[in-house]
Design a protein around this ligand. Structure first.
Ligand code: AMP
Length: 315
């Protein structure tokens, strides 16, 4: 693997329709089906890769100078705008996780923030992106991006988080929730965040904190969407073989936001279709380690699986 030296970033000053801030990471993952060391990961990497099947997308993140050039190329191949991917001296964010027989929740074995500790993103958008996703990252950085947005604000801002930030930065997370249109959380995080074991009540409680829409992902059990006057429940696409659930949540969000940005709508019907697309993209992700499965598919594979999904879930 080659290392990149300090790379100059070109600021994006043309408005990108869809922007994500999150982590670009090196992951080590163990599941009952195998083990991979130092693979390409990160919430923004998975998100932008999935979103790129639907819409152009720009990524705001930082990496260390140990970040392999071939990982950067994986994003470039999908024409993801890397004008805000900063390379700074130090080590890339590193996460190590393990899944037991219950593939729905990862056990974090190690989190090394490394260059993320000093990340102070400065974006140069002349106009705000129409769609913005604050992927799983320090909530203080999510706030910093919200503070830098020019008026008019985006049509739709959504965010994600995880237990690491719920434990360490809950106050900041509450500020983020008060400023977004939608939050995407998994079931365990929603329960932990609200102290509610019942997911319907947990979803309602989270809505009361600000976001108009709350999406609760339940892994192999599907997804729930809570909005003011509407509720939607969708199963997961049934798979016989799941190898590595890492990135499922981020690719779900990437498919969802990518579809919304492409359809230029934030109506409830569009949100429902976006959630179905997100579920289908996530179903590909978990069929192999890291981004391996997504790298093998084309947009037509997503559309074909979506049609099959529609047939098996409508009555
Ligand atoms: P998920 O879609 O929830 O499976 O997210 C998996 C990705 O989240 C991995 O590729 C990790 O690099 C990244 N990740 C793990 N912990 C954190 C964290 N505390 N903050 C941001 N990203 C993280």
């Amino acid at each position: 693997m080659k290392n990149t030296s300090k790379q100059k970033t070109t600021p994006i000053d043309t408005p990108a329709p869809l922007v994500v801030i999150g982590t670009v990471a090196i992951d080590s993952v163990e599941t009952p089906f195998g083990k991979r060391d130092r693979v390409f990961g990160g919430s923004a990497s998975y998100f932008s890769y999935a979103a790129s099947f639907f819409n152009s997308v720009a990524l705001v993140a930082n990496v260390g100078n140990d970040f392999p050039a071939e990982y950067r190329q994986i994003l470039e191949e999908r024409k993801i705008n890397l004008g805000h991917l900063e390379t700074t001296p130090g080590k890339t964010f590193y996460w190590k996780g393990k899944y037991g027989l219950d593939l729905n929740s990862a056990q974090t074995l190690d989190t090394q923030l490394n260059v993320l500790k000093d990340f102070n993103p400065k974006v140069h958008f002349k106009q705000s992106p129409r769609y913005l996703f604050l992927a799983n990252i320090d909530p203080q950085l999510q706030i910093s991006i919200l503070d830098q947005l020019a008026q008019p604000r985006p049509d739709f801002v959504a965010c994600d988080t995880m237990n690491f930030w719920i434990h360490t930065k809950k106050k900041e997370l509450l500020h983020v929730l008060a400023r977004v249109d939608c939050v995407v959380m998994n079931d365990g995080e929603a329960r932990e965040f609200t102290g509610e074991s019942n997911l319907v009540r947990a979803g309602q409680k989270i809505r009361e904190l600000g976001p108009a829409h709350v999406v609760i992902k339940k892994g192999e059990h599907g997804v729930l969407l809570f909005s003011e006057h509407h509720f939607f429940a969708l199963p997961a696409y049934p798979l016989e073989a799941v190898f590595d659930p890492t990135g499922a949540g981020d690719t779900f969000a990437g498919g969802m936001m990518g579809y919304l940005a492409a359809s230029k709508s934030v109506k409830f019907e569009a949100l429902k279709r976006a959630i179905a697309y997100g579920s289908v993209v996530a179903s590909f992700t978990v069929e192999d380690f890291g981004l391996d499965s997504l790298r093998r598919i084309k947009r037509k594979d997503i559309d074909e699986r979506l049609e099959l999904f529609r047939k098996i879930s409508s009555f």
